[in-house]
Write a protein that binds this ligand. Structure first.
Ligand code: MG
Length: 247
């Protein structure tokens, strides 16, 4: 069963998403060569403490930080720490906010200083693949229309989509039904309805789609060591089409 949100729920989720977007934007502006990923997490803690929201990831299944910081070949679930960002790195920031029991989730990949052409292309294609997916998030489409649009956009540009991790429903918990793969045939799965809220999140690899889990048992890495990018928005399906709650 995929829970449908009421108008009152959507009011709360919009506020959750608004808080998230503001914090994430400030984190992106802070990213530069020479800072550590722990410093980014510290700033996230401070910024979130100035809002009415809470960090949704901290403590989730034991995750130790407020924001996921995934560098270069790290796909998702990077743990902030002493690693210092270098000019030319790419950094994925993934943040979840719990506002009075209403959850939002978003991610963005940013260049650290100047990056090579292929890295900036990877970032751009991943960002646009999210837009392609979101466009399909409307009532009467099938869930896999989102998946198929993302995969098609990415693979036509010579990159690959991660299989091991998927998007998800969201709302009164961080992860709800359904799972939203970033690959698959169109016109399959559940029919989308107004009131569904989805966290759509393409993870795109510069090389092959295969991934593995690092020794810290959290962080997903590309198997071939090439770079990966990640963009995510929390999207409500409402009459008239998708509404991005974390824009
Ligand atoms: Mg997510």
């Amino acid at each position: 069963m995929i829970p449908l949100k009421s108008e009152k729920d959507l009011v709360m989720l919009r506020e959750s998403g608004r808080i998230l977007a503001k914090v994430l934007r400030q984190l992106c502006e802070y990213v530069r060569p020479g800072i550590s990923t722990a410093q980014i997490d510290n700033l996230a803690e401070q910024l979130i403490s100035e809002t009415k929201g809470k960090a949704a990831f901290k403590g989730y299944k034991g995750f130790p930080a407020s924001v996921c910081t995934s560098v270069n070949e790290e796909i998702v679930h990077g743990i902030p720490g002493p690693r210092v960002l270098l000019e030319g790195d790419i950094l994925s920031l993934d943040l979840g906010i719990n506002y009075q029991g209403y959850f939002s989730d978003a991610a963005v990949t940013v260049p650290v200083g100047r990056v090579d052409f292929r890295s900036s292309k990877l970032i751009e294609v991943t960002r646009k693949s999210l837009s392609e997916g979101i466009r399909r998030a409307k009532a009467d489409n099938h869930l896999s229309d989102i998946s198929h649009a993302i995969q098609g956009y990415v693979e036509a540009r010579g990159f690959s989509v991660v299989r091991q991790f998927v998007g998800h429903g969201i709302g009164v918990s961080l992860h709800e039904e359904p799972e939203i793969p970033n690959f698959g045939a169109p016109h399959k799965g559940v029919v989308l309805k107004n009131g569904m809220v989805l966290a759509i999140e393409p993870m795109v690899n510069a090389g092959g789609w295969e991934s593995k889990i690092s020794d810290n048992s959290w962080t997903a890495l590309t198997k071939d060591g090439l770079r990966s990018a990640h963009f995510e928005h929390t999207v409500a399906i409402i009459p008239g089409g998708p509404e991005i709650l974390t824009a």
